[in-house]
Ligand binder design. Structure first.
Ligand code: DP6
Length: 364
């Protein structure tokens, strides 16, 4: 069991007459889980370990200007896509307030935050992973620049992942590139319930640039918040078995990815996606997030795989969109398949061709 790092640090505070001003910006990607995090304990501790691919093209880009606060507590002004966004403002202010013993300096500053996502707004793509991880990168970068701490890259990333987790569990995985585990996995040393841990070493090279084409089935807003869904696992009659199953699936999936066993990769990751939705369907209240077109697409993926023998598979997050996963070598075949057979099931926003990426990047 990896102990919780102690990040409480009263020294990370400016003397009252030396509160600085400045600006910095980061970009941080979304990720797609293969073994799902669904169910948590307080505070932001997962009920089971999860593993995901960090994406490349679906990211949040956030510029933060800071200056001395006038009120003596942190002040946040949040602009999304150029417009003031009070919902994000409230969320971010709450997140910063919760961090006041880890980063006492946030209480001394006024933040003006400008953020945008590369993926279409309201496309049903979860933005908390990219949105919260980018804020975590910014705060840790401020600590590094202004206090001279976190000079070691590993320390910097670990703390950023810890902070991102407090904002949104899945965000802890976006702090690293490639394949990332969050949550203590029995046979993978270095994993922790408190932060993400990259596990790219020894994984078959085909997964280094694996493709994730996100088929946008329904461009509406998400109907069920993740927090509510996680909460419902507390009363789900299958919860204990599910949490246990996730451990075995993670071990088997990682093994398959190390040996390049695409058949096992497909079997486990598709089963994980359907199990996630089965958990939603067996909670009280129950909810159904797949749409008829989600099933149409899944059926066609099965048929295409059967006919061609190509290793195309799907996963889902807590919504109706389908993530199609496949190796780069068959990109052209898959594109033809989508254009010929799947377009009629998609919303006008179409699809996003994403792939495994390297993680957050500092841009200012
Ligand atoms: C279905 O990370 O969005 O995407 O910690 O409450 O912010 P909070 O939840 P969140 O949950 C993600 C759930 C999921 C599966 C996953 O990404 O592992």
């Amino acid at each position: 069991m990896n102990a919780e790092p102690n990040y409480l640090n009263a020294n990370l505070k400016f003397s009252p007459n030396a509160i600085p001003s400045g600006k910095l910006a980061w970009r941080s990607p979304s990720n797609i889980a293969l073994v799902k995090y669904w169910g948590k304990k307080s505070v932001q501790i997962p009920q089971n370990p999860s593993i995901s691919f960090t994406l490349s093209k679906s990211f949040s880009e956030t510029e933060v200007s800071y200056s001395p606060a006038v009120s003596g507590k942190s002040e946040v002004e949040f602009y999304f896509d150029g417009k003031r966004n009070l919902l994000f403002e409230e969320k971010t202010a709450g997140f910063f307030d919760g961090l006041s013993s880890i980063f006492p300096f946030v209480n001394q500053l006024k933040f003006e935050i400008h953020s945008k996502n590369t993926f279409p707004h309201s496309a049903g793509i979860a933005s908390s992973a990219s949105g919260m991880s980018v804020l975590a990168m910014v705060l840790c970068d401020m600590e590094r620049q202004l206090f001279g701490t976190l000079q070691e890259e590993a320390d910097f990333r670990r703390k950023a992942s810890y902070i991102a987790r407090l904002g949104s569990g899945s965000a802890s995985r976006s702090v690293f590139g490639g394949l990332v585990i969050w949550g203590e996995a029995e046979d993978v040393s270095g994993t922790s319930d408190y932060y993400g841990f990259p596990v790219n070493e020894g994984v078959h090279e085909m997964f280094a640039d694996y493709q994730d084409t996100i088929l946008l089935v329904d461009a509406g807003e998400k109907k069920v918040s993740s927090s509510l869904g996680h909460g419902l696992m507390n009363g789900n009659p299958f919860a204990a078995d599910r949490f246990h199953q996730a451990h075995g699936n993670l071990t088997a999936l990682l093994q398959a990815m190390r040996s390049g066993d695409t058949e096992a990769f497909i079997r486990i990751s598709e089963s994980e996606a359907l199990t996630l939705h089965a958990m939603m369907m067996t909670s009280q209240p129950y909810f159904l997030l797949m749409k008829p077109n989600t099933l149409q697409i899944i059926e066609r993926i099965f048929a295409f795989r059967e006919k061609t023998g190509l290793p195309v598979s799907f996963t889902l997050d807590a919504g109706p969109n389908v993530h199609m996963l496949f190796p780069t070598t068959i990109k052209e075949d898959v594109k033809r398949f989508i254009d010929n057979d799947l377009l009629s099931f998609l919303s006008p926003k179409g699809y996003i061709e994403d792939e495994v990426g390297k993680g957050p990047e500092k841009i200012l």
